[in-house]
Design a protein around this ligand. Structure first.
Ligand SMILES: C[S@@+](CC[C@H](N)C(=O)[O-])C[C@H]1O[C@@H](n2cnc3c(N)ncnc32)[C@H](O)[C@@H]1O
Length: 262
């Protein structure tokens, strides 16, 4: 089973996540969670690369509230990128945003191209975190920032049976590593001023509220998007998600760091 029967990030899934997480967002928490990720970050005037930008919700918030200079968003999913481009026009931000469909793999940018790399809940889809962080370090200017939120796991052992059942139900590649591993990789990649934050407690409570809403006030809207069978499937996935948050194996988290000024 997967969230919908149409593959990764297709129209039904995008519409479902719009109902549950809001327009422009394919991950939980909306602008409030982006504010949490951005705590203490001065991004004014920075050029930003958003890896796994989804439908652009974070890009628009970074431009409006944090006064970044521009955001380039990259994502392998064509419908996601088209939606981001449409929303950029709706938000009158098409002159300061670029959304590009990319092939997964090394970043196709010259050394020292950006002042900041941002990403929210996308690294879990990228298998080689070490290569990814080295590549990000390469394309950041000296003094550049990496600011990330990701779905992580409590450790780097193979997933428990319960966790594997949840991942199988999602039907997505979920190659989650631990916050500790990210910290070690950032240190090894010559980043400095590393800050990490575990968000398990927050998302456990939020996911419970999301399920209450899906089963309550949002039920009809979800039903309209998915039909009965897939609505029941989505409810089952949310229950599995809450289960792995409750046992502490699924641990969303944040990290940020600076590329040492050379
Ligand atoms: C959970 S969504 C989050 C999207 C967006 N960052 C947000 O918070 O709304 C994960 C995104 O990562 C994208 N993705 C999957 N594999 C990727 C890869 N190898 N490189 C970059 N993005 C990827 C997906 O297409 C999807 O849009």
């Amino acid at each position: 089973m997967s969230l919908t029967d149409e593959g990764h990030y297709g129209p039904k899934q995008l519409n479902l996540l719009k109902v549950v997480w809001g327009e422009g967002f394919l991950s939980p928490g909306g602008t409030a969670e982006i504010d949490e990720i951005m705590t203490g970050v001065d991004a004014t005037g920075r050029t930003v690369l958003d890896i796994g930008c989804g439908c652009g919700g974070a890009a628009f918030h970074l431009l409006k509230k944090y006064h970044v200079k521009s955001v380039e968003g990259i994502d392998p999913e064509p419908l996601v990128i088209q939606t981001a481009k449409d929303l950029a026009i709706k938000n009158k931000l098409e002159d300061v945003t670029t959304f590009k469909q990319i092939n997964p793999g090394p970043l196709q940018y010259a050394d020292e191209s950006f002042d900041m790399v941002f990403s929210k809940e996308a690294f879990l889809h990228i298998p080689d975190k070490e290569a990814l962080l080295k590549d990000i370090h390469r394309i950041l200017k000296p003094g550049g920032l990496i600011v990330v939120s990701d779905w992580m796991r409590k450790d780097d052992n193979p997933p428990s049976k319960q966790m594997q059942e949840y991942i199988d139900a999602e039907g997505l590649d979920m190659l989650m590593c631990s916050l500790k591993r990210y910290k070690e990789l950032l240190e090894a990649t010559n980043f400095t001023d590393i800050k990490i934050k575990d968000r398990n407690d927050w998302y456990l409570e939020k996911a419970k509220k999301e399920l209450e809403e899906i089963e309550g006030p949002l039920y009809q809207k979800v039903l309209d998007v998915l039909g009965l069978e897939e609505t029941l499937g989505a409810i089952d996935i949310w229950k599995k998600l809450i289960g792995v948050l409750e046992i502490g194996e699924h641990r969303p988290g944040h990290f940020k760091a600076i590329k040492i000024d050379s």
